[in-house]
Design a protein around this ligand. Structure first.
Ligand SMILES: Cc1cc2nc3c(=O)[nH]c(=O)nc-3n(C[C@H](O)[C@H](O)[C@H](O)COP(=O)(O)O)c2cc1C
Length: 397
């Protein structure tokens, strides 16, 4: 086998514009520090147009049961929980799915952003559309665009990234409980569908409990708790705290999803047992193994091909498709650097498919030796801190 074969390059350069939600946001994201005039008045006018809202819409457990009490949730993931991936996961055990986070201010005003980053189909249910934002006006305006195509709208209160700090949203809104209360209440009172929230935890349990209760009183109908604090990301990712989630669950009257530390089906069962929550949300575990909720082993190459069927059907940009394939195949090619890099270099669907076939042939016929320098990070006892290190292209949330 020659180096050229291993490093098969794409022959066709894609002419399509690259799709990346964060880049899009950076280009047109307004500075969050600039106070905007007239938002209260605009909100009043918008609320006046929401006359169709049924005041007796279902909430809490009644609503949850009406969805079939979905236990297994595909997490919101920027540039990763797109329609094709959601459909793949639904075929393999997921019973509810979240869209990637959408920026409410951009979504409410930019048609191109809406078309690129929000796609769905009738089979894509139950569906939760996630927004971030810091103003009730924009979050409501954005949510009104999607309320007829989803089952609930979720407010992102967990994103710890720099861009969220700059835009004052995600976990940075947990420092502004009054504003969060207004946003959730506005959505609750004016949307046809229920509002959900997703949070991280504070260092102090009491503060987390107070925040969660505030959300409940504002009208939040389902809470996802990612059991890590805001600083627990990247190298500091650490272990999610299931004990905090367990305690919160006991105090709340709405359904709760646990999030964090899910590597396989056993973890799912263990987490449900310990936290007693109503469901589990998975992100990284699903990216690596979209069948994690099924409890069955599935061939990574078959899974990748099935994903490609969905992604071509729904016109998914090849960069997202490539990222998914690389993550799904990570466990089988982790010790084969050249195969990994060759997959990552592909630039369109045709070359990606060819490289997938080639990789499978090489791996299954044992035609390639593992890199002599490769060291598996996973150890017996499997330390959670190292979990994310096993991913080739580990995202930093
Ligand atoms: C690629 C990627 C993108 C993410 N994007 C979002 C997002 O859009 N909204 C959000 O609330 N969380 C986002 N997260 C965080 C996950 O939803 C989840 O809370 C976190 O990864 C912990 O769950 P896990 O241990 O199952 O990975 C993202 C995570 C990853 C890996």
């Amino acid at each position: 086998m020659t180096e050229g074969e291993l490093n098969r390059e794409a022959t066709t350069e894609s002419t399509e514009e690259s799709v990346n939600a964060t880049e899009f946001e950076e280009k047109c994201c307004p500075d969050a520090d600039e106070a905007e005039e007239g938002l209260d008045e605009m909100l009043k006018e918008l609320v006046a147009t929401c006359q169709t809202t049924p005041i007796n819409k279902l909430g809490g457990y009644e609503f949850f049961r009406s969805l079939g009490s979905p236990k297994y949730a595909v997490a919101p993931m920027v540039d990763q929980s797109e329609l094709a991936f959601r459909m793949l996961c639904r075929n393999h055990g997921a019973t509810i799915a979240y869209t990637p986070m959408l920026h409410s201010k951009i979504f409410s005003s930019n048609v191109s952003y809406r078309q690129r980053f929000f796609t769905t189909c009738p089979e894509d249910r139950p569906l939760v559309v996630q927004f971030c934002g810091n103003e009730p006006y924009y979050v409501l305006k954005a949510a009104l665009h999607v309320q007829d195509s989803c089952d609930a709208v979720d407010l992102n209160l967990g994103c710890p990234q720099r861009i969220a700090k700059k835009g004052r949203y995600g976990s940075f809104m947990m420092d502004h409980p009054e504003k969060v209360y207004q946003i959730v209440k506005t959505l609750h009172e004016n949307l046809k569908v229920p509002v959900f929230c997703k949070i991280r935890v504070f260092d102090e349990y009491e503060k987390t409990l107070q925040f969660a209760k505030m959300l409940e009183s504002a009208g939040c109908q389902l809470l996802t708790v990612h059991g890590r604090t805001r600083i627990m990301k990247g190298k500091l990712v650490g272990v999610a705290d299931w004990e905090v989630i367990r305690k919160l669950k006991q105090e709340l009257t709405i359904p709760v999803f646990s999030n964090g530390n899910i590597r396989n089906f056993n973890d799912i069962q263990e987490c449900l047992k310990i936290t007693q929550t109503d469901g589990i949300m998975s992100a990284e575990g699903l990216l690596r193994f979209p069948g994690i909720f099924s409890g069955e082993d599935k061939d990574a190459f078959e899974m990748s091909r099935e994903y490609l069927q969905h992604s071509e059907k729904y016109n998914t940009h090849y960069t997202w498709a490539k990222d998914h394939i690389c993550k799904m195949l990570a466990p089988v090619v982790e010790s084969h650097q050249q195969l990994r890099e060759a997959l990552f270099r592909q630039k369109d669907y045709v070359s990606l498919r060819k490289q997938l076939d080639y990789t499978e042939e090489m791996i299954k016929s044992n035609a390639v030796e593992p890199d002599p320098t490769f060291v598996r990070i996973r150890t017996p006892g499997d330390i959670f801190e190292n979990f994310e290190c096993n991913f080739m292209f580990s995202p930093d949330e």
